[in-house]
Structures are given as C-alpha cells and as structure tokens.
Design a protein around this ligand. Sequence first.
Ligand SMILES: Nc1ncnc2c1ncn2[C@@H]1O[C@H](COP(=O)(O)OP(=O)(O)OP(=O)(O)O)[C@@H](O)[C@H]1O
Ligand SMILES: O=P(O)(O)OC[C@H]1O[C@H](OP(=O)(O)OP(=O)(O)O)[C@H](O)[C@@H]1O
Length: 214
Amino acid sequence: MRYLTFALTKGRLANQTMEILEKLGITCDELKDKDSRKLIFVNEELKLKFFLAKGPDVPTYVEYGAADIGVAGKDVIIEEGRKVHEVLDLGFGKCRMCVCGHEDAKDLLHRRELIRVATKYPNIAKDYFYNRKHQTVELIKMNGSIELAPIVGLSEVIVDIVETGSTLKENGLVVLEEVCPLSARMIVNPVSMRMENVRIKELITNLRELQKNI
Ligand SMILES: Nc1ncnc2c1ncn2[C@@H]1O[C@H](COP(=O)(O)OP(=O)(O)OP(=O)(O)O)[C@@H](O)[C@H]1O
Ligand SMILES: O=P(O)(O)OC[C@H]1O[C@H](OP(=O)(O)OP(=O)(O)O)[C@H](O)[C@@H]1O
C-alpha cells in the first residue's frame, strides 16, 4: 500500500486536525514533540505521512501532489486559488474575513472614495471591492499585524481575519463590513482523489460521521 500524505497548517489548525484524526484512531505521536525540528512524521501501521507547512503553502503542496490531502483555512484556499478539491468543512478555526478600520472610515466607504486597503489577502480584497462592490481601491499588500496600518496612517481600512475581535478592540478599530465567514477545510489533490478514492472517501465519510455526533 502506498503512503497517503497530509500537509497540515503549522500551528492551531494542525493541533485541532490531529485531535479529530485521533478520534478516528489515526495517531502520530511524533507530531506532538514540540521541541523536535523534524518536518515529516510517519504512521507506519496506517501507511500515512504528515508534514507541517505554512498555511499558504498547503494548497501548493496539494495541487502539485506532494501531499494527497491538506488542511488549511478557507481564507488561504481562496487567496491561493490552487487547483484542488475542497471536500470538507472541518468546523474549527472559525473566524470571519472583514473590512475593518476606525469608525469614521465607514463614511469613506459609503462615499466610495478612493481608499487605501492594507491586507495580507490581496486577491480576496480585490475580488470583494472590484467584483462585489464595484469600487476602485488602492491595495497595499502587508505580511502581518495588519491592524497597525490604519493606526499609523498607512491605509484607511484593512481586510483581515477577525476571530474574537479583541485585537480590533484593543486598538480602537471596528468591523465595518463582513466579507465572508471562514473555517478550516480539507482539500484533496484531484489525481489522488481518483487513485486513492477508497481510502480518501472512507476518511471523509468517517469525519462526517464524527461531526454528526458532536
Ligand atoms: N484569530 C485568528 N488568527 C489567524 N487565523 C485564524 C484565527 N482564527 C482562525 N484562524 C484560521 O487559522 C488559520 C491559520 O492559523 P494559524 O494559527 O495556524 O496561522 P497564523 O496565526 O496565520 O500563522 P502565522 O503566525 O504564521 O501568520 C487561518 O488561515 C485562519 O483560517
Ligand atoms: O479577532 P482576534 O481574536 O483578535 O484575532 C484576529 C487577529 O489574529 C490574526 O493575527 P495573527 O495572530 O495570526 O497574527 P498576524 O497579524 O501576524 O497575522 C489576525 O490577523 C488578527 O490580527
């Protein structure tokens, strides 16, 4: 039997993915060793391999077939636009993609002025403003701590993830508009989906059953 390879998003999503897989008897003890610098982990018995990657790289590994299956946030899946099959909403990692800024930026949005939008997600922001709102904006690609942008005057608004809302609150910012809800998704390489159909279908069915019982 060939190995089925999983690409997991390093951090909170990988931990939650392993928690649900454990409920199906799919374990990988090596993955839990936080001090390890090892990148790939094997469950010999079930012929599975797991590796951890940065979120935006997960759909890339899956599209190229370096991983058969991936777990990544819907934000990353939309932003990357890779050719992968999205097969399951895992129901964790829930958050929202939002347009945020100072309260008074609401006016600028309504008046459809040419505003600057700072974001880690330029494709999502572009699609939202250009295709859904038919509004021209100036996009500024950033790599993190996006909430800084309206505070220091880099942009009028941001497009970013909001989970609890505490980052916004602590920095005097508010949600101005919601772009879309997000959660962790399972994605599959299209060729793997055909070649390993039985094993992958069984995994999806078992995960769906598990969700019904939660
Ligand atoms: N508060 C949150 N912040 C960021 N991502 C979140 C949050 N809540 C849920 N998520 C989801 O979790 C995914 C990845 O989260 P994770 O913690 O693994 O990475 P991250 O915090 O974006 O990593 P990095 O520190 O490398 O930027 C996101 O793509 C998103 O879908
Ligand atoms: O609504 P909250 O619960 O406060 O969560 C939202 C924050 O978490 C994420 O940042 P992350 O910690 O991933 O760091 P980053 O800004 O460097 O991407 C996101 O970009 C927000 O800043």
